[in-house]
Design a protein around this ligand. Structure first.
Ligand SMILES: Nc1ncnc2c1ncn2[C@@H]1O[C@H](COP(=O)(O)OP(=O)(O)OP(=O)(O)O)[C@@H](O)[C@H]1O
Length: 268
């Protein structure tokens, strides 16, 4: 890509990574978690990151969220640095574990960041009600986390990430700990939420079917050093019933992801 073309594409990108490097200094020597990563994420994209353990998926997401700092190259979110994007509340972040405070109700958990930011009580209540509706948990506001199933807790943590109504949602393997049936259901609900809200979503997963079912683009990563091995544009329509997973188009994309993973895997 020429410099001008790169500049043009980053203007229309919500997330833009340019020659991104991140090397951790550890007692065992340097670990290259990310090496020469280039990626443009467009508005409304659903981008999944898939790859073996240690290929830098979480690190990449944490760089976008200003939780790690690159040692080379740059990332912009809505055209600004991750630090400024964080200050502007440009994204919500969903962690692997729901991470809800057990002594607060579901509503109280979602309300907490809004309280800290000084939103009025009325605004807090409106936002809590709206995001609970979005994740189909209306009526559960006064329950405590332990009164909810694992899947419902994870939905509550998605609701918390949606509370600021950011256009970008960063999700780090949010459904990894759930059984397959619950996961299928949450995948369907997440797609419905994405269609309704038109957010841009970056989603880390270890599951090929999950990545293919959810994404408009799949970023296949490989380890040592962590880098992008392939970027697959999905030919699947945005409207996706679960049984799309049995279609030849779906299986073809899954096959390409598997090939990408195999090519990048050292098997050591
Ligand atoms: N804070 C840190 N200090 C030192 N090394 C780190 C740190 N965070 C991550 N790493 C290393 O960077 C590499 C990438 O880690 P990362 O967690 O991003 O991988 P991942 O693809 O998300 O893995 P997983 O699928 O297991 O979550 C790994 O080798 C990891 O050990």
């Amino acid at each position: 890509m020429t410099q001008q073309a790169a500049a043009d594409s980053s203007l229309s990108s919500v997330i833009s990574a340019r020659d991104l490097d991140l090397t951790f200094q550890t007692n065992d020597g340097p670990v290259q978690a990310l090496s020469s990563v280039n990626l443009e994420v467009g508005k409304g994209d659903f981008v999944s990151f898939i790859g073996p353990s240690g290929c830098g998926k979480t690190t990449f997401l944490r760089v976008m969220a200003d939780l790690e700092h690159p040692t080379g190259g740059s990332v912009t979110i809505n055209g600004v640095s991750p630090e400024n994007a964080r200050k502007a509340r440009a994204y919500g972040y969903v962690f692997q574990a729901a991470g809800l405070y057990p002594w607060r109700t579901i509503g109280g958990n979602i309300r907490l960041p809004l309280e800290i930011m000084g939103y009025s009580k009325t605004e807090q209540s409106e936002r809590v009600a709206r995001v609970l509706e979005l994740v189909e948990l209306a009526g559960f506001e006064k329950k405590y986390p332990w009164q909810l199933s694992g899947g419902m807790q994870q939905r509550a943590s998605i609701a918390r990430a949606l509370a600021f109504d950011a256009d970008i949602l960063l999700m780090d393997e949010p459904f990894g700990a759930l059984d397959e049936i619950v996961r299928d259901h949450l995948n369907e609900q997440l797609l419905a939420l994405w269609a309704r809200t038109q957010k841009t979503i970056c989603f880390v997963t270890h599951s090929i079917p999950e990545a293919v079912y959810l994404s408009t683009r799949i970023v296949v990563m490989s380890p040592r050093p962590g880098r992008i091995a392939d970027v697959i544009e999905s030919p699947l329509p945005r409207e996706r019933p679960l049984d799309i997973r049995d279609t030849p188009e779906f299986l073809e994309v899954a096959h390409r992801v598997r090939e990408g993973l195999r090519a990048g895997h050292a098997y050591d």
